[in-house]
Unconditional design. Structure first.
Length: 196
């Protein structure tokens, strides 16, 4: 990892910005490299760390990424400019469930969903049509830090969130269009592709 990206990671961890875990990043980077992924669509930029890591793969030509938090967006733009990657990584400001995506092309190789965890199904349904026929969808944090719905001493809100993530996982398992494998390292990834 280059030193600029390493510094962005360290600062994100100090500031408690939730960024992708190393084990998940390793899996995604190996998929990017193996499939020679050129175009990525990401929901949830934060400070641009995951996008910058993906962009270090030589095959990656363009990343579009959405962020709704103004402060995160500003930091991402600054980090991406500092790493001289603004020609590759395009950060779009706004709520990914509300922005107009009618002008987006339908040729993404990889969709990475890493935003509001209760909304993963809506992101999946809204953005999967922008994927190439053989494209991949990866959803992060499906294990949600190991917290279980049955755990005692968790707040009602957290229990509600875990329930929504579990419902999303069940929905994925029964999805008629996509088949999904689950990676349990890191914070858990769901990796989906269209059924043949
Ligand atoms: C887990 S962080 C993303 C981390 C980033 N992918 C990384 O690994 O470096 C989730 C981000 O998604 C953003 N977010 C949540 N819901 C969103 C939405 N509906 N539209 C756009 N951004 C959203 C949050 O503001 C937050 O910055």
């Amino acid at each position: 990892m280059n030193s600029n990206i390493q510094k962005i990671k360290e600062l994100a961890l100090i500031n408690k910005v939730p960024i992708i875990q190393d084990a998940s990043l390793e899996v995604i980077n190996s998929i990017i490299s193996k499939r020679q992924v050129e175009k990525i669509l990401e929901i949830g930029t934060a400070v641009g760390y995951s996008s910058l890591c993906f962009s270090t793969n030589n095959c990656v030509k363009r990343i579009d990424t959405f962020e709704r938090n103004q402060d995160m967006y500003n930091q991402a733009i600054q980090n991406i400019n500092n790493c001289q990657m603004s020609e590759v990584i395009h950060v779009h400001f706004g709520d990914a469930l509300e922005v107009d995506i009618s002008n987006f092309s339908h040729d993404y190789d990889l969709l990475f969903i890493d935003a509001a965890k209760a909304q993963s199904r809506r992101f999946f349904e809204l953005y999967s049509p922008l994927l190439k026929q053989d494209g991949i969808i990866i959803v992060d944090n499906i294990l949600f830090h190991g917290v279980k719905e049955s755990d005692e001493n968790i707040s009602k809100n957290l229990r509600g969130l875990i329930k929504k993530i579990n419902l999303f996982v069940e929905w994925l398992k029964q999805n008629e269009e996509f088949e999904t494998i689950f990676f349990e390292g890191g914070d858990g990834l769901a990796i989906s592709k269209r059924k043949c």
